[in-house]
Structures are given as structure tokens and as C-alpha cells.
Design a protein around this ligand. Structure first.
Ligand SMILES: NC(=O)c1ccc[n+]([C@@H]2O[C@H](COP(=O)([O-])OP(=O)(O)OC[C@H]3O[C@@H](n4cnc5c(N)ncnc54)[C@H](OP(=O)(O)O)[C@@H]3O)[C@@H](O)[C@H]2O)c1
Length: 254
């Protein structure tokens, strides 16, 4: 049995990834504030083990408790063949020039987009150190990690930090006896609530707004299921390269 832990599985890209992973050989552990009825139903239909963990990842104290729960479940089942973590949960707000943003919102954003993945990885490594099985992590990054966007400084630094977290953890893990492998993947521009939120922003907060409106209107956004399928190919790939920072568009959409 392969165990896959995925944050933000309830909608958008996370739901696309979870949907594509649902089969009888997988045990999926979904972490979000809300569950997805569709995913629960599909899991039952396809005889896939699925557990929902209600968790607000902006709350630092909940993360170790959720990971303890997950690994308690894993330890109670047959010896796992592999364990994966997909750090996908994320937010786009607050959007606007830095001086206009509320410090509380900046703090919450970075707790969700950067601190939470850091703590999930910490817990993942601690729980799996002695396991001689395949152990992989994908951090869902963004083109915004390398390209600055007006009005998105907080999102950009969170994703840039996530990429550096990938490279730092990969370096620390490579000489371990049973290393965890970690990569970052920018998934492309996907048709989710996050994109809707960006298009709703006033132009003075987000000068690139029109570009994203045009992409939507010209049908250039990728569906969450298609993006999810590509990410799963990467997750299970024989070419999975510890520490790599990838853009899925360079792999598949050339
Ligand atoms: N959409 C794009 O074009 C795009 C492009 C590049 C990168 N990305 C990245 O892809 C990832 C998914 O984005 P998306 O577009 O799918 O966004 P989305 O549709 O808004 O979904 C976000 C997911 O994260 C979860 N989440 C948000 N805040 C949370 C919290 N405090 N605690 C627990 N879960 C939380 C949500 O679940 P609940 O609301 O149920 O908690 C939801 O499942 C993000 O990391 C994003 O930065 C997206």
C-alpha cells in the first residue's frame, strides 16, 4: 500500500491530485479545513482508503497532532510500500503593494504558505527516519517564486522560501541512511478559486490582473485534474531528483 498525505485536498489543484490518486493500491490522507464529498464518494466507489483530517494549517500547534494521527493510522496498517507528502495547501491573499497590507494578514499568509510546509516536512522526516522505503515530498511552488509580480510580494517570498526549503532539506537528507527525497514543482496556471480571487482584485492592487483575465477568457488555464495527473507522473517518476526545483510547463507543456 502506498500512503499519500496531501494538504489542501478539498478543492482546486489538491482535489485534482487526490482524484487522480484514488485507487485500491493507495491510502490517501487529506488535510484541509473542509472535506470534499466528491472525493469521499469516489474513494468508496473505487475501494480506496481515504481519511480526512480537519486542520487549519495556519495554526502551528495542530500540525504535529495531525501528523501523529496519520502515522498512528499508518502504523496500524500493513507495512507501507511508500509514503509521500504533497504540500499543496496555499492562499493568494493578501494582494496589494506591501505598504497597504495588514501585518496580521501577512503573518497568516506566511504561516500557511511557508511555515506549515516546513513543519509538515519536519514531522514527516521525524516519523519516517527509520523506514527503509520510498519517501518523497512534493512542495507545490509557483512561477512567482522566481518572477516578481506587482501586488504579490508576500506570495512571491513564500514560494521562493518554499523552493529554498526544498533545496536545504534535500541537502540535509542526501547522506542520511534512509533519505527523504524532496522536490518543488510549479504547476502552471490552473483554473481554481485562487485564479478567480486574483481576477477579482482591483487593478491598482494587482497590475498584472489583465494578463490573468485574458488567459481565462482565451481558455488557456489548465484544469485541476490535468495538472493533478501531471504531478502524479512526477511523484512516481524514476527520474525523481532530490532537491530539484521544476516548472511543470517546461516538462510537459512546451
Ligand atoms: N491556481 C493556480 O494557478 C496556481 C498556480 C501556481 C501555484 N499554485 C499553488 O497550488 C496550490 C493550490 O492552489 P489552488 O489554486 O488549488 O487554490 P484553491 O483552489 O484556493 O485551494 C486551496 C486549498 O488549500 C486549502 N487551504 C487553504 N487555506 C488553508 C488552511 N488555513 N488550512 C488548511 N487548508 C487550507 C483549501 O482547503 P480548505 O478551504 O478546505 O481549508 C483548499 O483545499 C497552492 O499552493 C498555490 O499556491 C496555484
Amino acid at each position: 500500500m502506498k500512503h499519500i498525505i496531501i494538504t489542501g485536498h478539498s478543492k482546486g489543484l489538491g482535489a485534482g491530485i487526490a482524484t487522480e490518486l484514488i485507487n485500491e493500491n493507495h491510502h490517501i490522507h487529506g488535510i484541509s479545513r473542509t472535506d470534499s464529498v466528491e472525493i469521499e464518494r469516489l474513494a468508496i466507489l473505487k475501494n480506496c482508503k481515504f481519511n480526512f483530517y480537519s486542520c487549519d494549517v495556519s495554526r502551528r500547534d495542530t500540525i504535529s497532532a495531525v501528523m501523529d494521527d496519520i502515522f498512528y493510522t499508518i502504523s496500524g496498517s500493513e507495512t507501507p510500500e511508500a509514503i509521500y507528502l504533497i504540500n499543496n495547501a496555499g492562499v493568494i491573499t493578501p494582494i496589494g503593494p506591501l505598504q497597504t497590507l495588514d501585518p496580521e494578514e501577512i503573518d497568516k499568509h506566511l504561516r500557511i504558505n511557508l511555515l506549515a510546509p516546513t513543519l509538515f516536512i519536519r514531522e514527516f522526516i521525524r516519523h519516517t527516519t527509520d523506514m527503509n522505503i520510498e519517501k518523497r515530498i512534493i512542495n507545490i511552488s509557483s512561477g512567482a517564486a522566481v518572477n516578481p509580480y506587482h501586488g504579490m510580494s508576500v506570495y512571491c517570498i513564500g514560494k521562493a522560501g518554499l523552493d529554498m526549503l526544498t533545496r536545504s532539506v534535500a541537502l540535509e537528507q542526501k547522506d542520511e541512511e534512509y533519505p527523504v527525497e524532496v522536490i518543488s514543482v510549479a504547476p502552471g496556471i490552473i483554473d481554481t478559486d485562487m485564479q478567480t480571487r486574483m481576477r477579482a482584485e482591483p487593478e491598482e492592487n494587482f497590475k498584472n490582473k489583465q494578463k490573468f483575465v485574458t488567459l481565462k477568457e482565451s481558455g488557456q488555464l489548465v484544469s485541476p485534474d490535468v495538472a493533478g495527473r501531471k504531478l502524479i507522473e512526477v511523484l512516481f517518476s524514476e527520474d525523481f531528483e532530490n532537491g530539484a526545483v521544476l516548472d511543470i510547463r517546461e516538462l510537459y507543456y512546451k
